[in-house]
Design a protein around this ligand. Sequence first.
Ligand SMILES: [Zn+2]
Ligand SMILES: [Zn+2]
Length: 244
Amino acid sequence: MPQSFRADYHVHTSNSDGRAGAGDMVAAACRAGLEEVALTDHGPRNIGVGTSSAGVFLRLKRKVATWQSPGIRVLVGAEANVVGLKGEIDIPAAVYRQLDLLLVGLHPYVLPRDWPAARELVLANLLQERGRRWRERAIEANTRALMAALEKHPVFCVTHPGLGMPVDVESLARACARTGTFWEINVGHLYQHPRELAMAASYGVRFVVNSDAHQPATVGRLEEGWRLLRAAGVPLEQVINLRH
Ligand SMILES: [Zn+2]
Ligand SMILES: [Zn+2]
């Protein structure tokens, strides 16, 4: 008997590349029976899909605060991009400190902060199919930058670890466990292998299962996450958004 999830902490709105406004996404979360939903648009340096500026998050936060009894707990956060090898992200601390949660992820098409980041976080990833050297270089840079971001910022979860940008699962899992950062099981992109999740779990990582919904129909649709958890044999006490 599959267990259900009480929250979805990764949802996009039309402030970035989502197809619906915040109100419609929250209404969908209510219909899905969730107790909590987080609106987490892309940071501004995500080329083509990012928010127009970090101020957008603060405006949404103020707007949500005016909603009368939406029937669900609504959080406003951000899915920040790692834009530097030392863990620099594209949401300033002055902004994320006013938000409810900070998600951090690697995306291939970002405006890097400097030349070393352009070479290692963008170019090496674009060339990773060209040979083992590039791939190893990408894994090293991706893992190092993400781990630095976890040390530098209060990150709630790493979004879709390894999606399109490979990481060293063992090192990242250790860093997540040490910093109390959750490992996302991303149902919007079903790319994760149970073996990787089992390995991450063995380091004591805790998981969050999110939809990464870009439209109302997929908010809170987390059933595939349950299947992956079971296939990987993840102990259920290591999953933070299951309904117990
Ligand atoms: Zn993402
Ligand atoms: Zn996302």
